[in-house]
Design a protein around this ligand. Structure first.
Ligand code: AMP
Length: 361
C-alpha cells in the first residue's frame, strides 16, 4: 500500500524502516527536504494546497506523527482517504482538558485538575487543588514545554505569564514512585495487543532512559494498566498504536498523558520485541494481522541522544547495543537519536548503560 505520513520526523523515519520489508511505499508531508524522513519516501512539501492535495491523492492510507495535527485537516482527508488513528483519537489527545474529561468518564484515575483561562481562575484553582501544582497549556505542549511547576503562592503571576494567555490546566503534583508507560496496538477489526509496562526516567521534562520491561511489576499492575488501555482504545475507536504515560504510586496507577502514536518509550521494541511498535502500527493501519508484542530479551534499555551526538562510536563497540541516528543537526534539547541495549543479564545491561553514561544526566 501507499502509506502517507503527516510529518517527516524521526517517528516517520522509523515507521518507513519497518514498512518497507512488508512491501509498502511511503509518502511524507514534510516541512523541508531536510526532514529526518524525507529521503525515506516520496516527499511533499506542505507549502501550497496543490502539493498537499497531490500527497492525499498519492496515499492509500494516511497516518500522523503528532497529536498536534489539525483536526480540520483530518476531516478534509477523511472525505477521500482512510486516516488512522481517526478523528476521535486526535480530538481527545490533543487537548489536556478533553483528555482528562475522558479519563473521568471511564473512571481512570488522573491527577486532580482544573481548567484555567485567567489569573483569577488560576488563583481559584490553586485554592482548590493546593500546592505544589503544575500549570500546563491545554494544547501544543511536548517534552515538558508549556509547563510551570508552582511551588509557592509567590510564583502565581509568573506562572500565568509563562502561559502567554493560552488556555491552561492546573494539575496537582503527584508524588510518584516511578514513571511507567504502556504501549498497545489496535487493529481495524478491534483486535489488540499490549507491550509490557516500561519504566521511564526524565530530566528537564525530556525522556532520557527507558528500562523494558519495567522491573518488579506485578501481574496485577500490568493488568490494571491494560484495562485502562482497553477502555481508552475502545472509547476512541482507536486504530494503530496508543501510548499511556503513567505515574506509579504504592499500588495505584495514575494516568499522566495519552499519545495517539508510536512513542519514544517504545523505541526499544525495534530490537527488543518480536514485533516493533512501528511495524505493529503499520500492520494495524493496513488491516494486517498484528504481530507478537513480547520482549525477545529479559532486559532492555533505551537511551536517548539529546542536544549533542557525543561519542556514538562507543555505542557501536558495545555488544548488544544498537545505534539509531535521525539525521538531524545538533540543537539544545533536540532528540538526535537513541541507543537500544538488549540483554539476558541484568549485570550486563547495567554495565552497558554505565559505559554510555555520557548520555545520561
Ligand atoms: P508531560 O508533558 O505532561 O508528560 O510532563 C512531563 C514530565 O513532567 C512528566 O514525565 C513528569 O516527570 C512531570 N510531571 C508532569 N505532570 C506531573 C504531575 N501532575 N505531577 C508530578 N510530575 C509531573
Amino acid at each position: 500500500m501507499k502509506i502517507g505520513v503527516l510529518g517527516a520526523g524521526q517517528l516517520g523515519r522509523m515507521l518507513a524502516l519497518s514498512a518497507y520489508p512488508l512491501g509498502h511505499q511511503m509518502r511524507f508531508l514534510a516541512s523541508s527536504e531536510e526532514d529526518p524522513s524525507s529521503l525515506l519516501g516520496k516527499t511533499y512539501i506542505y507549502d501550497n494546497p496543490e502539493t498537499i492535495n497531490k500527497f492525499f491523492e498519492d496515499s492509500d492510507v494516511i497516518t500522523y506523527e503528532s497529536e498536534n495535527t489539525d483536526v480540520e485537516i483530518l476531516n478534509e482527508i477523511g472525505k477521500t482517504t482512510k486516516v488512522y488513528p481517526g478523528r476521535e483519537s486526535l480530538q481527545y489527545t490533543q487537548h489536556r482538558g478533553r483528555e482528562k474529561a475522558l479519563l473521568d468518564k471511564l473512571n481512570i484515575p488522573c491527577a486532580p485538575y482544573k481548567l484555567v483561562s485567567s489569573l483569577s481562575d488560576l488563583k481559584r484553582a490553586i485554592s482548590s487543588i493546593g500546592l505544589p501544582a503544575i500549570l500546563k497549556t491545554t494544547k501544543d505542549g511536548y517534552d515538558g514545554k508549556g509547563q510551570f511547576l508552582i511551588q509557592s503562592e509567590l510564583q502565581i503571576d509568573e506562572a500565568w505569564e509563562a502561559m502567554s494567555g493560552a488556555e491552561s490546566i492546573l494539575e496537582g503534583f503527584v508524588n510518584f514512585k516511578r514513571e511507567l508507560s504502556l504501549i498497545a496496538v489496535r487493529g481495524i477489526d478491534g483486535n489488540l495487543k499490549y507491550y509490557p509496562l516500561v519504566e521511564n526516567s526524565h530530566h528537564d521534562g525530556i525522556l532520557r532512559l527507558t528500562i523494558a520491561p519495567a522491573q518488579n511489576v506485578s501481574m496485577s499492575l500490568q493488568k490494571k494498566a491494560e484495562s485502562y488501555m482497553n477502555s481508552l482504545l475502545t472509547a476512541m475507536n482507536h486504530v494503530g498504536v496508543l501510548t499511556i504515560e503513567l505515574f506509579e504510586l504504592d499500588d495505584e496507577l495514575i494516568v499522566n498523558e495519552i499519545a495517539p502514536r508510536v512513542h519514544n518509550s517504545g523505541h526499544w521494541t525495534i530490537e527488543g520485541s518480536n514485533t516493533s511498535q512501528f511495524e505493529n502500527h503499520i500492520r494495524a493501519i493496513t488491516n494486517s494481522p498484528l504481530g507478537d508484542t513480547s520482549a525477545k530479551h529479559q532486559f532492555n534499555a533505551m537511551i536517548n541522544i539529546i542536544s549533542k551526538y557525543g561519542s556514538t562510536n562507543k555505542a557501536l563497540e558495545i555488544k548488544n547495543a544498537h545505534l539509531h541516528l535521525y539525521d538531524k543537526t545538533e540543537r539544545e534539547n533536540r532528540k538526535l537519536g537513541h541507543i537500544t541495549i538488549t540483554s539476558d543479564s541484568l549485570e550486563e545491561l547495567q554495565s552497558s548503560i554505565k559505559n554510555l553514561n555520557e548520555y545520561l544526566p
